[in-house]
Design a binder for this molecule. Structure first.
Ligand SMILES: NC(=O)c1ccc[n+]([C@@H]2O[C@H](COP(=O)([O-])OP(=O)(O)OC[C@H]3O[C@@H](n4cnc5c(N)ncnc54)[C@H](OP(=O)(O)O)[C@@H]3O)[C@@H](O)[C@H]2O)c1
Length: 267
């Protein structure tokens, strides 16, 4: 069997370690390299407590790419993600992006490089099936309802705003139309920031408080009626694993940037 060689950046983190544990149990995949600065030089088995797992951990993307992965998975932090993705593409790998916080401009650059090197990038703000469904239902709603806003909730330590799920949702809805505002932002009386950020035609509000995990509300309003689509994540990283495996398997069939897991799902 021809195995898919994978390099996983962030393999020691909360989301990355759950994915790493599943990849090593997947017969058609081989985890050839991991990236983590604080565990560089160790094996992933030592860090995750998995006997016999000899995947080397590298501190720098350039060293990890010497293992020539077919697919590079980015699961670190927004400040490192773009450089990792561009290096991986230029080394000949296809790329799956799970990291949140990349901007529309970052994705435009990634798309351009991916097309230049004839490789695929699949960026997924939320790999959980229920979150993918929320995005699809929101697209259906936006066809009929012209007014909507998004609220993104997360734990107090999450630095990047808005969440990857919210960014992806705003991006998708922008392909349909921009949300209408009864009172345009320039006519607001009071601090305009309280109306949230306008992101690709959607007002997005980010709440960061202790007590929250990750959730999102997409609220569609019409006179005397409203539709609230809500997604809530639990505390484990398990819901993201199956979607990430699907993305890893399918990204090799893509060229250029694709956003959202439904790019490789049948609906
Ligand atoms: N798409 C989805 O469905 C989904 C699901 C969950 C999380 N996420 C996103 O995935 C990202 C990771 O989340 P997490 O909760 O797993 O974070 P985390 O627990 O803090 O783990 C981050 C991982 O990345 C490594 N890392 C951080 N900065 C790095 C750098 N500059 N260079 C190389 N490695 C670096 C860390 O190792 P060292 O510190 O040792 O370098 C660690 O292995 C976040 O952006 C999060 O929002 C997305």
């Amino acid at each position: 069997m021809n195995k898919l060689n994978i390099c996983l950046a962030g393999a020691t983190g909360w989301a990355g370690s759950a994915l790493a544990r599943r990849i090593i149990d997947t017969p058609d995949m081989e985890l050839v390299a991991a990236i983590s600065r604080s565990h560089a030089g160790k094996t992933l088995g030592e860090v995750l407590g998995v006997e016999g797992l000899t995947t080397p951990i590298f501190g720098r993307v350039e060293d990890a790419l010497q293992t020539h992965p077919d697919v590079f998975v980015e699961y670190t932090k927004p400040d490192a993600a773009k450089a990792h993705v561009l290096s991986a593409l230029r080394s000949g790998a296809h790329v799956v992006v799970g990291t949140s916080g990349l901007s529309t401009e970052d994705y435009a650059e990634i798309d351009q490089v991916a097309k230049e090197v004839n490789r695929g990038v699949l960026a997924v703000g939320n790999f959980a099936l229920t979150a993918v469904l929320l995005q699809k239902f929101a697209e259906m709603a936006a066809k009929y309802i012209s007014h909507w806003e998004v609220i993104d909730y997360a734990h107090a330590e999450k630095k990047d705003v808005p969440s990857g799920t919210a960014r992806e949702l705003a991006n998708r809805l922008s392909h349909l139309r921009e949300a209408e505002l009864e009172v345009p932002l320039e006519r607001i009386v009071g601090p305009v920031e309280t109306r949230g950020a306008r992101l690709q035609g959607t007002q997005v509000h980010s709440i960061r408080l202790p007590g929250y995990v990750i959730s999102i509300d997409a609220i569609f309003g019409m006179p005397d009626q409203k539709l609230i689509l809500r997604h809530e994540s639990g505390t484990s990283a398990e819901p993201y694993v199956s979607g990430a495996l699907l993305a890893i398997r399918e990204v090799g069939n893509l060229t250029g940037l694709h956003r959202g897991l439904d790019s490789v799902m049948k609906f």
